[in-house]
Design a binder for this molecule. Structure first.
Ligand code: AMP
Length: 192
């Protein structure tokens, strides 16, 4: 299975991606986690992206694409992937489609974990992940989501299957809803 989990910062996409990976035997690939690891390790990519991540801005597309190419191809060979945090804009989705299609690793199903903004702010403020989660940066990250990522949902609506899940429910209920949708999709697609 090759899927995208799309959601605003604080929507629980990291937690839910872990559940999906464990249950469906796919690899969880988080662009945010990979970027943070580069920053921590002080790599060339880390140095190039740090200011964007700290401000809550999107990192330039080419850097993210280069970083993800190998893990996505490797995951495709071992059961598939759940991509968490990528793509994040219509432009990234279009470029990713062209690259992935040529390699035979393109997305089969996109899921939007939908959470109201007030709940996102509450969760992000409680989480407090250093410089990424100050009040100003939280507000900016949510603005970036609305401006760049929400329009991308329309893109997937017109292509792959797009499923919307109520992400404001308790985490176990979100997981149950996700599993039910993914199993239904697998049956329909003849994947199991
Ligand atoms: P996340 O943990 O997914 O919220 O990502 C943390 C930060 O990493 C974001 O605020 C961006 O600065 C950067 N980032 C993650 N994924 C992407 C992406 N697909 N494109 C550009 N920047 C990204």
């Amino acid at each position: 299975m090759r899927m995208l989990l799309i959601g605003a910062p604080g929507s629980g996409k990291g937690t839910q991606s872990e559940q999906i990976a464990a249950h469906f035997g796919v690899t969880h690939i988080s662009s945010g986690d990979l970027l943070r690891r580069h920053v921590r390790d002080g790599t060339a990519t880390g140095k190039a992206v740090q200011k964007f991540v700290d401000r809550g801005d999107l990192v330039p597309d080419a850097l993210v694409m280069d970083m993800l190419r190998k893990p996505v191809i490797a995951a495709n060979e071992t059961g598939g992937y759940v991509l968490d945090g990528f793509p994040r804009s219509v432009e990234q989705a279009q470029t990713a489609y062209e690259t992935a299609h040529a390699l035979g690793v393109s997305v089969q199903i996109a899921v939007h974990l939908d959470v109201p903004t007030e709940e996102l702010v509450r969760r992000l403020t409680a989480r407090g992940r250093g410089s990424e989660d100050t009040a100003d940066v939280i507000a900016h990250r949510l603005e970036v989501f609305h401006e760049h990522t929400l329009p991308m949902l329309r893109y997937y609506q017109g292509r792959e299957e797009l499923v919307v899940i109520d992400g404001a429910q308790p985490p176990e209920q979100v997981t149950a809803a996700l599993f039910a949708e993914l199993k239904a999709w697998q049956h329909k697609a003849g994947e199991v």
